[in-house]
Design a protein around this ligand. Structure first.
Ligand SMILES: C[S@@+](CC[C@H](N)C(=O)[O-])C[C@H]1O[C@@H](n2cnc3c(N)ncnc32)[C@H](O)[C@@H]1O
Length: 252
């Protein structure tokens, strides 16, 4: 767990250096970016929640998308502003660094566009306590037929099953649908089951599909599993991935 920079409390330039250095993280990012390109129509309006240093925002702006971005961490925002300077100056990217309560209340939000797709890579949603409030905000930001594609930590990742801390948390996962991992080595975060993401996003979104966080080979993309008729067996599809990509469809 400690070899992954995601699990240390690095931020800003240090986070950027570490997240881009590891081949595995570059592959996970590339799988997520490829999926966004498959789902979002050309030139779509994206909203990047928990945008961090702006790696994805810049990647999508370079490919003709508009990106409104939000992050709560000042050092991430500082790095983002420098990394995406040209696109911020041209208006293709906006950056909101307001406090979280202010963001939820809608003040100082840069997202005046009607968003087609919310993106959120490398697990920002695992660091949010009140997911229904966040999904209500996503609902308000998106236009008709809006979607959200979020990368979250997989609570059933077989790599974690070798560890004692995972087995200590299994009873909570089954009883409560999630377990909390305290800060320290890692930023404090919660790992949720698929069914609980589905329940917490309703009545704003329908959890439609889950994709592996890493395709088995570079050429073979995960087609994902349809969740609209239930969650049974979907965990087998994602078991070998530390991350899972969840596609939510907006309810009217
Ligand atoms: C692991 S980083 C991922 C950053 C970026 N999305 C990426 O792909 O590299 C998680 C990010 O979520 C942000 N975050 C955590 N809680 C947040 C909140 N309540 N609102 C907005 N951003 C949040 C953190 O500041 C951090 O930048």
């Amino acid at each position: 767990m400690s070899s992954n920079p995601l699990f240390k409390s690095h931020t800003g330039a240090e986070y950027f250096k570490r997240i881009t250095a590891l081949e595995l993280n570059r592959r996970v990012r590339s799988a997520y970016q490829d999926l966004v390109l498959r789902i979002a129509p050309a030139g779509a309006a994206l909203f990047d929640f928990g945008a961090g240093p702006g790696i994805d925002a810049r990647f999508f702006a370079e490919r003709g998308f508009t990106v409104d971005a939000y992050d709560v961490d000042p050092k991430m925002c500082e790095f983002f502003a420098a990394h995406c300077r040209t696109f911020i100056d041209s208006g293709r990217i906006t950056l909101d660094c307001a406090g979280y309560a202010e963001f939820l209340a809608g003040k100082n939000s840069g997202a005046e566009r009607r968003i087609d797709l919310i993106i959120s890579n490398f697990a920002p949603l695992n660091q949010v306590d009140d997911l229904p409030a966040l999904f209500a905000k996503f609902h308000a930001l998106t236009g008709p037929q809006g979607k959200a594609l979020v990368s979250v930590l997989n609570p059933y990742f077989i790599g974690d099953m070798k560890t004692r801390w995972w087995w200590r948390n299994v009873p909570r996962l089954w009883r409560d649908g999630h377990f909390f991992v305290a800060g320290g080595q890692a930023p404090a975060h919660t790992r949720w089951r698929l069914a609980d993401f589905g329940a917490l996003s309703s009545p704003y979104f329908r959890l439609a599909r889950v994709y592996r966080g890493l395709p088995p080979t570079r050429k073979q993309h995960s087609k994902g599993v349809d969740l609209r008729r239930g969650y049974g067996g979907a965990w087998l599809h994602v078991a070998t991935s530390q991350f899972m990509f969840l596609l939510f469809e907006k309810r009217d």
